[in-house]
Design a protein around this ligand. Structure first.
Ligand code: FES
Ligand code: FES
Length: 168
């Protein structure tokens, strides 16, 4: 049976008819064609499908789309923005992961990026222990964990610099 759903994804409002068994992950990928959110395990164990639901990181493969009525979802595509000159401005974690070579095949990376941005939004200067905790349960099949953690440390630095520039 399909149901009507009102949802905000990456700042845009949608009213959709969705099957009551459709997951949030399926909604994002199959209906909205936001392919940055990945399906790894499909059962909550890898973190590849992580998105922000009202600012909190959650595994979209475990959530029914119809439960998201009125909620605000942010996917990895929604973390960057277009600046006043029309250029794409990546988020601190996106910039840092590229700069630090934290990305190998890239499959797991959207989940790490979303979790990393959520960490930065709740703690201004997270340390390595905070980072490891925030990334626990995120699997990288390329086993690039050291580079990912170092990338996140660089993101903390970039975020600090950007915040200082903003307040100058
Ligand atoms: Fe959702 Fe693996 S696909 S946790
Ligand atoms: Fe390949 Fe993580 S970079 S799975």
């Amino acid at each position: 049976m399909s149901m009507k759903l009102n949802i905000v994804v990456n700042g845009r409002k949608y009213t959709l008819e969705v099957d009551e068994e459709e997951t949030l992950l399926g909604l994002l990928r199959n209906h909205l064609h936001l392919m940055g959110t990945k399906e790894g395990c499909g059962n909550g164990e890898c973190g590849a499908c992580t998105v922000l639901v009202d600012g909190e990181p959650m595994r979209s493969c475990l959530i029914l789309a119809v439960e998201m009525e009125g909620r605000k979802i942010t996917t990895v595509e929604g973390l960057s923005r277009i600046d006043s000159e029309g250029k794409v401005e990546l988020s601190p974690v996106q910039k840092a992961f590229i700069e630090s070579g934290a990305v190998q095949c890239g499959f797991c990376i959207p989940g790490f990026v979303v979790a990393g941005e959520a960490l930065l939004s709740r703690k201004e200067r997270p340390d390595e222990r905070d980072i490891i905790e925030a990334f626990s349960g995120h699997l990288c099949r390329c086993t690039g964990y050291r580079a990912i953690i170092d990338g996140m440390k660089r993101a903390v630095e970039i975020s600090r610099i950007e915040s200082e520039i903003k307040h100058c």
